[in-house]
Design a protein around this ligand. Sequence first.
Ligand code: SF4
Ligand code: SF4
Length: 73
Amino acid sequence: MVKKGKIEIDRELCKGCYLCIRACPVKVLSKEDAANSAGTYPVIASNMEKCIACGNCYAVCPDVCIAVYEEAV
Ligand code: SF4
Ligand code: SF4
């Protein structure tokens, strides 16, 4: 059974490398339109409902900006 997930992104910590966007198999993530206080355009979960809690985004983030939660279905 496919898992359902939820993520939280620390947009102030995000440095905009976008490794997580490429690592997500179901295209949950995209670049935010607004910059953070460092002038970086952080990642946003624009398709959160598609998240399957695979953990790829957490695994590739060099700065541990993303937390992944598995939701009960
Ligand atoms: S991998 Fe981490 S630092 Fe890089 S864009 Fe994604 S959240 Fe930001
Ligand atoms: S946990 Fe997996 S499916 Fe969910 S946003 Fe991260 S990479 Fe995408």
